[in-house]
Write a protein that binds this ligand. Sequence first.
Ligand SMILES: [Zn+2]
Length: 309
Amino acid sequence: MTHAPQALPPEITVLERGWLSANNIVFRGAHSGTAVVDTGYCTHAEQSVALIGAALHGRPLERILNTHLHSDHCGGNAALQAAWPGVHTAVPPGHLAQVRDWDADALGYRPTGQQCPPFRADAALLPGTEVLLGDRPWQVHAAPGHDPHSIVLFEPQDALLISADALWENGFGVVFPELEGEDAFAEVSATLDLIERLAPRTVLPGHGAIFYDAPRALDAARRRLDGFARDPAKHALHAAKVLLKYKLLEWQQITLEELQAWAVATPYFALLHTRYFANVNFLPWLHSLVDSLVRSGAAARAGDVLHNV
Ligand SMILES: [Zn+2]
């Protein structure tokens, strides 16, 4: 069953960002105060502070909530905490200790070669509990798969879902634990089943525009998942290209020599290469990834310089 678009409650503003930064969902509750869910990538932090500040209509930011701690979802936390020093920050429970000890390996920033300025975490967002956002109770649900600790938020009255990277209009985020040797495709599938049971009428995804046809998105996601499960190397190749494109979004342009130096120093590339593509030497494999981004129109090459497209 598909649903006609419904207007969002007036307490909510969705800031749809480019792909380097996750969307920011801003709440202005008369009683529950102000809050933002997810904060973007650090190189956009100044813009995030300005956009979120404008969406607060002159009120201070009181709470930050992160669906998960990928660098594009919490990279603005530090800047927001500096702009509003009293802001309370809640993160998924599985990563609370790693934030408090600032473990850039366990949080995945060093392995993926991404940046995230250290921030403070005050509390855990426990699955099975509710949080008040825009004066309404939102359910916290565990949504492992893309990230083992990710949560999604569901508001039952209007059937609104903040789906993070568990479900986009066309797909879902790379299944990182699977690449590290865990059986995480099954978790993705279980999370898609959870979303189907919640039956959202409006989905506020981590990336891309708001959408209303969750059944169609779930169908597409399951087909994609089946393809990956049948051919895990296809998923690994997709992941390598996503990591490269993401960094290109940050760099905008880079010499092939610098790109190569970054990839050699980024453990995730060695992991992907060793586990899935060891039949080709590392550098030719890396160059084949670059060629593939250029062929698909995600990058352009001029001499020794690669440009984001
Ligand atoms: Zn993510």
